[in-house]
Every structure is written in C-alpha cells, then in structure tokens.
Design a protein around this ligand. Structure first.
Ligand code: HEM
Length: 123
C-alpha cells in the first residue's frame, strides 16, 4: 500500500503544498497505478505496462529510491524470476476460482481468495 517512508526535516513545497518539518511522506503505488494520465486504461490488468520498459522512478519504484532503496532488490528479482521460470517450465497453472478481487491486508493488497490455482505437471 505504502512505501518509501520519509520524514520532512526542513519545510519545503511539493505539488503546491507547503510541508512543515515532521511531516511523514509515503508513496502509494495503488493510487499512482490508477492514474489515467500515467497509465491508459488504468483498471485493466496489463503486464505490458512494465514488460521491456523502464518507467520513471516517480511512477514505479517498488524497491524505493535513494540511499535507503532496498539493498535486497537484486536478490529478490533473481529469486522471483527463478521461482516463476521453474514453475512455468515444469507445470501448467490454471485458475481455480471464478472471481479475483483485490482486498486490503494491513498495508498491501492481495487476491481475495489467495489466488487458487491447479497445478499440472508439464509432459
Ligand atoms: C520482492 C521483494 C522486495 C521488495 C518489493 C522490497 C521493497 C523494499 C522497499 C520499498 C524498501 C524501502 C525503500 C525506501 O525506503 O526507499 C525496502 C527496504 C529494505 N529492504 Fe527490501 N524489498 C524486497 C526484498 C528484500 C530482500 C530479499 C532483502 C534482504 C535480503 C531486503 C532488505 C531490505 C532492507 C535492509 C531495507 C532497508 C534499507 C534502508 O532503510 O536503508 N529487501 N525494501
């Protein structure tokens, strides 16, 4: 839901708002991802938003930016891609639920039923 938590040290202006010292700032990607000026058809599931593209960091930085950006991002990406590639290579996944809705879980969103799938071994 939110990431990149920062606390303002000195007052400054951002987007027309004067932020006093002590203000806590966060980036909210769910809110950014439904902005039509950034993504056409914002409600549509569209992996092409990301595939082969480098979006500007103010639009998409899931690992944060700057000196406190996630130091585990390379590891996380290697592990995620390896796990995904291994599953897709060895098995066929089929959706096993009628409806998928995002529900809020604490500070992030997840599929309402945990994304049920059937897994069949690829021949
Ligand atoms: C998909 C996996 C991951 C995601 C999406 C993720 C995302 C993030 C984000 C958004 C931040 C805050 C960045 C900021 O404040 O600008 C962060 C910080 C951090 N992450 Fe990750 N992370 C992931 C995996 C990992 C892994 C695998 C490790 C360690 C092996 C790790 C270690 C850390 C640490 C130590 C920080 C604090 C950095 C600091 O405050 O200086 N993360 N991560």
């Amino acid at each position: 839901m939110f990431t990149g938590l920062r606390k303002v040290k000195q007052p400054f202006e951002l987007g027309g708002y004067l932020l006093p010292a002590g203000t806590v700032l966060v980036v909210c990607y769910p809110a950014l991802s439904v902005r039509e000026d950034l993504f056409p058809n914002p409600e549509r599931f569209d992996p092409d938003r990301f595939y082969g593209k480098k979006l500007p960091p103010e639009v998409w930085s899931p690992f944060g930016v700057g000196p406190h950006a996630c130091p585990g991002q390379d590891l996380a990406l290697v592990v995620s891609k390896t796990v995904l590639a291994t599953i897709v290579r060895k098995a066929e996944l089929k959706l096993a639920q009628d409806e998928i809705r995002p529900i809020r879980n604490a500070y992030y969103y997840e599929p309402n039923k945990g994304l049920l799938v059937t897994l069949e071994k690829r021949l």
